[in-house]
Design a binder for this molecule. Structure first.
Ligand code: UDP
Ligand code: MG
Length: 319
């Protein structure tokens, strides 16, 4: 798999997913083009327009990048962040790929440091957020809880406080391109691939402009996807939950029989009964729900539809 040491003059593909980012995209372009000009290596900028309804696509296409190749993959509708990143990876031709959000929360200025580490022999350099100003306590707390839970469940360790901001070598990108799953949880997939990986701490900035595209409901969905696509432990959990209930029921029966036979105090009251019925009902529904999540995943995988639909490629060299 090893494709040897990085060439002296490499091509770096920078992949930027964007969804309704008209307010920031020109600034992002400016910063990335400035960065590209300062690098020894060649750079291609790949923007993936995830079905924006604003002018994001037009701004990218009409940007005067002064010779730095700006390419665009335009989706026919909104397919979601992780799928947009996947499309960018598929379209990239570089010896190394950098994934970065469009909102400038991740500073492009540390990309040279990532490239240096890549030249030192690392296949993946992942950004670790040491500070996250401008994000609510709630988001920070939920993010922490999420990574903890994820690592509890997942078989491959997934580093804490990482996002998709990372550099990966061509070999890692090739493995990702060959992974057909629809449930794309990239930071987990990259951990799964293995190779030599190293963290790079950085300070996360607040969003440059515009709003987050991850409201609470989407965040929860993302977390559930992350866990379910990386582990079948929730299934095992529902089994142990069921076992626990069964054991408790047996104990309860034994106790009731004991009272009935050896004492005058007969079991009475419907409270205990109600509680038991509700509790069991809850456990059963949760278990069926967990099962359903997995069955649903099998269903959508089995349809074998393409991951995304492109309605426009712009700026790519002719095949
Ligand atoms: N994004 C996308 N498709 C979506 C939602 C988001 O391509 O459906 C992009 C978005 O434009 C941004 C990145 O994914 O470049 C991260 O989104 P955002 O900054 O809103 O998430 P947050 O940083 O708040 O978690
Ligand atoms: Mg953001």
């Amino acid at each position: 798999m090893d494709q040897g040491t990085p060439p002296a003059q490499a091509t770096i593909s920078i992949v930027v997913p964007c969804y309704n980012e008209a307010k920031v995209i020109a600034e992002t372009l400016r910063r990335l083009v400035a960065l590209a000009k300062g690098l020894q290596d060649d750079v291609e900028l790949i923007f993936v327009d995830d079905g924006s309804s604003d002018s994001t696509r037009e701004i990218v296409k009409s940007y005067d990048s002064d010779g730095i190749p700006v390419r665009l993959v335009g989706f026919s509708r909104n397919f979601g962040h992780q799928i947009a990143v996947s499309a960018g990876i598929n379209a990239a031709k570089g010896d190394a790929l950098v994934l970065i959000d469009a909102d400038l929360q991740d500073p492009p200025e540390i990309i040279p440091e990532m490239i240096r580490k890549w030249r030192d022999g690392y296949e993946v350099v992942y950004g670790v957020r040491t500070e996250r100003p401008g994000e609510s306590m709630f988001k920070l707390a939920t993010a922490r809880g999420f990574y903890r839970l994820l690592n509890e469940f997942s078989d491959v360790p997934i580093p804490f406080d990482t996002g998709d901001f990372r550099l990966m070598s061509k070999s890692v990108a090739d493995v990702l391109r060959a992974m057909p799953e629809r449930d794309r949880f990239l930071r987990g997939m990259v951990s799964w691939v293995g190779f030599r990986q190293t963290p790079l701490p950085y300070k996360r900035a607040p969003r440059f402009a515009g709003e987050t595209k991850y409201p609470l409901a989407k965040m929860v969905r993302f977390a559930v996807d992350g866990i379910l696509s990386f582990s079948i432990k929730p299934l095992q959990l529902s089994v142990s939950l069921g076992m626990t209930c069964a054991v408790m029921a047996v104990l309860g029966i034994a106790y009731a029989l004991y009272l009935r036979i050896f004492t005058d105090i007969w079991v009475e009251g419907w409270t205990a009964l109600m509680i038991a019925v509700l509790f069991l009902g809850g456990v059963q529904l949760i278990s069926v729900g967990i099962l359903g999540e997995y069955v649903g995943r099998i269903y959508s995988e089995s349809k074998g539809r393409p991951l995304y639909v492109v309605d426009e490629y712009y700026g790519f060299p002719p095949p």
